[in-house]
Design a protein around this ligand. Sequence first.
Ligand SMILES: [Zn+2]
Length: 438
Amino acid sequence: MFDLIVRHATLPDGRTDIDVAVRGDRIAAVEPHATLAAAAAGREIDAGGLLLSPPFVDAHFHMDATLSLGLPRFNQSGTLLEGIALWGELKPHLRQEALVERALAYCDIAVARGLLAVRSHVDTSDPRLLAVDALLEVKRRVAPYLDLQLVAFPQDGVLRYDPRRDDPSCTLSALQLLEKALDKGVDVVGGIPHFERTMADGLESVRLLCELAASRGLRVDMHCDESDDPLSRHVETLALHARRLGLQGRVTGSHLTSMHSMDNYYVSKLIPLIAEAGLSAIANPLINITLQGRHDTYPKRRGMTRVPELMAAGVPVAFGHDCVMDPWYPMGSGDMLEVASMALHVAQMTGRAAMRACYDAVTGTPARILGLEGYGLAPGCFADLVLLQARDPIEAIRLRPARLAVLRRGRVVSEQPPATAALRLDGRPARVDFLHRR
Ligand SMILES: [Zn+2]
């Protein structure tokens, strides 16, 4: 006897007519329907041949800023730097309760989208560490339904920011503030080398932060070279220290947009260094296509890092949402399939395997980058599942369809009716559900 069986599912790897049985909070069996046809369960869900997937994972987000669009004003230039300045204007006015409420509201949307794990950066450039306390509270409150992993992110630069600017009585340095955030329970060490005053300071910040992570046994995820500067060299430095400190597999470079603008000769040296150091990469296609190339005339650069080339070198590449309705980005919907769709288009990844890789980049690959335990669609994994109104991962990216059911630890936490339209056309079907009939 099982607690629940999802019957007649198609899995992301292409297997069809599969039954997935759940006992307690774990997947107990994944078998062809014929094998489990006679098995009984407390509840059954008929997938009807539709796609049953592990949940979406967002490897890069800013939950402390989300849903703050228009506070205290809008970003007029649309640039990264005006966004950072705007966030600086907003910070003194932030209140913990409002920040918690906005983050919880975003997590509601995330769950309804089947997004059940998020790595969020949290700004530590604040003597009060207000956002840190708020997101630690959010992490505790959403834990039953969403894994929230936090990155200590020195938004204003770990060397550039002087906390006495905001509080003349503060005796801590920006680095000590970041360490205090880690002491409070933040999981990962972040950084922003391209925002330090000089390239030398940026390189020094990478060294300091990687050594801090190594000394505490933590992972690293740096905003690294989120710029259009082809001469930025922080990525090779991140790879150097990851290798030197034995952090292979635990260090991530986020954005890496400078790689879009670098010349091919230098990149032919850099990508093998990234692979050798066991780095993973996170592109943020919605934001990169929006913020990068803002100073260009035509032709305008796309700005997203070299996703297919990194994948071809064996580097794990995930896609992040980065922002939803905040000082940097006025759009966004919490839908990782929108993120995958934008990446697919920007990177021109329209081959069959490439499109499936775009699906992996918002599911299994970020799960590995975050180090999520029990993620996947196999016996023994947590029963965290999403039933989509699509027949396979490629159709899911194309349609960004309804999440018919979202399960967390074996319990249905969100349901959505299928999207259909009633047609009033002579001689044509009465209804369309948008699926492609082969
Ligand atoms: Zn970011």
